[in-house]
Unconditional design. Structure first.
Lengths: 189, 204
């Protein structure tokens, strides 16, 4: 027993030296390698996730910018229409303003449309509007406020031309389906 | 050598089947490990995943860096917070440029200059020397501006245009009754070291 114990103590001592490196070598080799690979996989996963999140965020920001500029463009077009009335086609011009409007502003303008047309025809006037600059003041939940620096030039029946008159306007624009329309127009004194 | 021989002998004497099994196990474990998988893995089984991982890691890092630099960062530099900063800077700068009084002229002009950068700063220096200072000193021109409304007309990283509606009240020795003037100004700002400074100021 003691001899065997001694022997068995001896025997494992030798093979153990030979065995340990052999048995452990594959494990020891695989372990750091797989650890590195796992770390790499983790890093790749994290990097790709971060990239995906940034792209999602960029998509949102791009949609917001598209919305902002659609809102400003609607105000710009609306103001030009509002300031451009030709007595020769006053009814179409007024209709164009109505097409670009919605809500309370449209209701008000529609109510006064006949007077508006009559005045334009009586005065034999042609007014032409232009926008020098437009800027988004605020936008939220499908409603934006756009500041418009515009001017209008009037030519009357006698051919007299007035100097361009500057206007500072604050236009509220409301989203209606895919389009934006003027829902309030305020002249900033 | 002798010890090993002894040991093997002793084992083969006592537990031959067990020990031979262990030896063959050892050989099974060692031989294929050294001859078989160990030579190939070093450049195929071990090398391929490592190279693939390195390439993927590099590719995903490049993708992330590109998306950050070309998409995410410009978005952040033009987001709502940036727009609020730009508008605030445009308001403060506009009011500073258009507000001065004879009693406090040098300080007022210095305050205005602190909101400006080239090329407008140059123009402003010249204009205040030639026009504003003489008018304030000789004619007692005093003016105070406030921005009624302001909005972002255009913004991209580091550069923005803000439309401001300005109301300005002016008095002078000749005209002591306050006169209100309204105007619209397109203010261009550039971001310099984290501050938005006015680089152009165009009444429209």
């Amino acid at each position: 027993m003691t001899a065997r114990e001694d022997d068995s103590a001896d025997i494992p001592a030798e093979p153990a030296e030979a065995q340990e490196p052999d048995a452990d070598r594959p494990r020891r080799r695989v372990t750091p390698r797989s650890a590195v690979l796992a770390l790499a996989a983790l890093l790749i996963g994290a990097t790709l996730s971060a990239t995906a999140l940034m792209i999602v965020e960029h998509t949102r920001a791009a949609a917001q910018r598209a919305q902002d500029s659609a809102c400003v463009e609607a105000a710009r077009h609306g103001v030009i229409a509002l300031l451009s009335i030709d007595h020769n086609r006053a009814r179409q011009d007024v209709q164009r303003v109505l097409d670009l409007s919605t809500g309370a502003f449209r209701d008000d303008f529609a109510r006064d449309a006949d007077d508006f047309v009559r005045t334009a025809v009586d005065a034999q006037a042609v007014t032409r509007g232009s926008v020098a600059a437009a800027a988004l003041q605020s936008i939220r939940d499908g409603e934006g406020v756009v500041l418009v620096a515009a001017s209008s030039k009037v030519t009357n029946a006698g051919g007299a031309r007035a100097d361009p008159r500057p206007w500072r306007m604050s236009v509220t624009v409301t989203r209606e389906g895919d389009t934006w329309k003027m829902s309030d127009v305020e002249f900033v004194p | 050598m002798e010890d090993v021989g002894c040991g093997v002998r002793a084992v083969s004497d006592a537990e031959t089947p067990d020990e031979s099994a262990t030896v063959s196990e050892i050989e099974d474990a060692t031989v294929p490990a050294t001859a078989g998988p160990r030579r190939r893995p070093s450049w195929f089984r071990g090398g391929f995943p490592a190279v693939a991982a390195a390439v993927l890691l590099l590719a995903s890092a490049v993708a992330a860096a590109s998306v950050y630099w070309w998409l995410y960062r410009p978005d952040r530099l033009t987001d709502d917070a940036a727009q609020q900063q730009v508008v605030a800077a445009a308001k403060a700068g506009t009011e500073a440029i258009l507000t001065y009084s004879p009693e406090n002229l040098d300080a007022d002009l210095a305050e205005a200059r602190s909101h400006l950068t080239e090329p407008f700063l140059d123009y402003y220096r010249d204009f205040t020397e030639r026009v504003v200072s003489p008018a304030a000193r000789d004619k007692g021109v005093k003016t105070e501006a406030n921005v009624a409304r302001a909005g972002v007309s255009q913004i991209r990283p580091g550069r923005a245009e803000v439309l401001v509606f300005v109301n300005q009240v002016t008095t002078s020795k000749d005209r002591p009754t306050p006169a209100l003037a309204t105007s619209s100004v397109l203010v261009t700002l550039v971001n310099t070291d984290g501050r938005w400074l006015i680089s152009d100021f165009k009444p429209i």
